[in-house]
Design a protein around this ligand. Sequence first.
Ligand code: THJ
Length: 155
Amino acid sequence: MLRTLSSVNYRLQAVRTFTQTSFFNSRYGDLVNHIQATVPIHEITPSDLRATLQATSMWPVVIDVRESSEHAEGKIPHAVCLSRGLLERDVEKVVSVESERPIVVYCAGGMRSILAAEGLIRLGYAKERILSLRDGFDGWKKEGFEIEMPKEERK
Ligand SMILES: O=S(=O)([O-])[S-]
């Protein structure tokens, strides 16, 4: 499905159902699936996000909602780190509710970002602006796309 979001074309992915794995309990999966059944949150693939970041003059705001302990493995270039726990509190410092810029949220595997996206919509961000990165940072890495490593901390 191709959808126009301001000047940016996104190929939106069909809503999918998450099945339980050893990484999360079934209630967590049920919660994510419930959001996808009721809201739902649009997803973008790593390839489509990369193409968008390379092609468009209207970059989406990319927000990394992983915890700081997960940043050692790097992040998507230019992404803003705002962990899931601080997202609703601090997101307006990064992008305003009134802005038309698309927002892509990502986590490690693509589930927490669904919850994060729902939180943004509840805050008042237009649903049409919000995308979750399918398969998250793991999917981005698997494609072999660029990774920005954290700067060495000064001692
Ligand atoms: O929430 S997660 O997909 O990063 S495990």
